[in-house]
Ligand binder design. Structure first.
Ligand code: HEM
Length: 399
């Protein structure tokens, strides 16, 4: 289980000793075993950039419908309205429907709101000398914005945010799926159902109403989202769009503090912020592992993955593949970055990517406006490392 390059190659996605540095081991996977099998848990791993992209593109061979998180995978396809777990044709239909309510225009209209929420949260810390960049800021911004985007009334946003917080409760020895997190998901489903009911009675100019009214033609019929699909989609927005953006902002604060010259450049010239955000996304993917189920036998680099296998696609390893990126372990805000796979690739490409980029940009702009420098208290910082997410849960900074 060593990461030092000398021992037998073995990767366990839940091994806590890899929390601080999974990258040394992922490099060995890329170099020594680009198609690797974990005999203990019976799953396969692809780690090179080209292989991860090809697999994400080939959604017929690599299905999402058996689960995309290792612990939740099953040989039986999952009955769900969650688009992230669907294959075509159902995925195509639902994605078309929800994309209408999630256009670039709808997202860019949120700019002022994001700036105001980010500004208020950061202003509250001015003069404090020290605060937790993730707990006090990065984790609060995303659910507040998703609630506002859907059309949750202003006075109720705090209640929603605190309930969504509990989604990410981790119970020692139980993991991310525990009583507290499941109860929180149920509570948000209830809150969503109330809002949809209210919009059925009183339609408004908001995303709840748009989702209710979105129409698509299926087998010659006009089709709307079912209640289950509406609720699943709303819950997915909060779960996919909260933790990931919180981790992105945490990684940005960490990576820029570790590279003070680049931070000084970005602080002096805010037009560099978008490319800094993009490079942080490449360097530290908040969601570094995405699972798939092979629907047929696949042979790659001389190794055959049987049909009906669990296959983990390591976005996190692809991000550091030296075959794709020179000097991959280094933050370089001037890198010519044509693409990365931090938001996935192909039909499941992150629906919230534009929103995540906007929150990342504004969050960082507003931070740099107030503090062109900060110091991360590395001894007190806490990294979270689950089977799907990696990033800071606590990131105290001195300002
Ligand atoms: C830095 C922030 C984010 C990262 C790193 C991220 C990452 C990803 C990745 C890797 C996928 C593809 C999963 C797969 O192929 O199995 C995905 C899908 C998705 N993301 Fe994000 N995400 C982020 C922010 C958001 C936000 C802000 C939202 C919404 C508010 C969102 C909503 C979704 C949805 C709905 C899907 C499923 C799309 C589909 O299956 O067609 N994400 N995200």
């Amino acid at each position: 289980m060593s990461t030092d390059g000398s021992s037998a190659l073995y990767w366990d996605p839940l091994d806590p000793s890899l929390r601080d540095d999974p990258y040394t081991l992922w490099k060995r996977l890329r170099d020594e075993a680009p198609v690797w099998h974990n005999d203990r848990y019976d799953f396969w791993v692809l780690s090179r950039f080209d292989d991860v992209v090809d697999a994400l593109r080939d959604h017929d061979t690599f299905s999402s419908n058996h689960g995309t998180t290792l612990e939740l995978m099953s040989p039986k396809p999952i009955e769900t309205g969650l688009i992230i777990l669907l294959d075509p044709p159902k995925h195509t239909l639902l994605r078309k429907l929800v994309s209408r309510a999630f256009t670039g225009r709808a997202v860019s209209q949120l700019e002022d709101r994001i700036r105001q929420v980010a500004g208020d949260l950061l202003d509250a810390q001015v003069g404090a000398g020290r605060f937790d960049y993730v707990q006090d800021f990065a984790a609060v911004l995303p659910p507040t914005i998703i609630a506002a985007m859907l059309g949750v009334p202003e006075t109720e946003i705090d209640t929603w945010r605190h309930t969504v917080d509990q989604f990410f409760h981790i119970e020692e020895g139980v993991g991310v799926f525990n009583e507290t997190s499941l109860a929180a998901m149920q509570a948000v489903t209830g809150l969503l159902a109330e809002q949809f009911d209210e919009r059925r009675r009183h339609p408004r100019d908001d995303m709840f109403t748009e989702l209710l009214q979105a129409e698509v033609h299926e087998h010659g019929h006009v089709r709307r989202l079912t209640e289950r699909e509406l609720l699943d989609f709303g819950t997915l927005l909060f779960s996919a769009g909260t933790e990931t953006v919180a981790r992105l902002l945490g990684w940005a604060a960490d990576a820029l503090d570790a590279n003070p010259d680049q931070r000084a450049e970005v602080a002096a010239d805010p037009s560099l912020v978008p490319q800094a955000v993009e490079e942080v996304l490449r360097l530290e993917p908040p969601s570094p592992v995405n699972a798939r189920w092979s629907t047929r036998e696949v042979t790659l680099h001389g190794t055959t993955i049987p049909a009906g296998s669990k296959v983990l696609l390591l976005n996190g390893a692809a991000a550091r593949d030296e075959r794709r990126y020179p000097n991959p372990d280094q933050l370089d805000i001037h890198r010519k970055l044509e693409m990365h796979v931090t938001f996935g690739y192909g039909i499941h490409f992150c629906l919230g990517a534009a929103l995540a980029r906007l929150e990342g940009r504004i969050g960082l702009e507003e931070t740099l406006k107030r503090w062109p420098e900060w110091t991360v208290d590395r001894d007190a910082a806490e990294l979270l490392y689950t089977s799907t997410v990696r990033g800071y849960q606590k990131l105290p900074i001195e300002v």
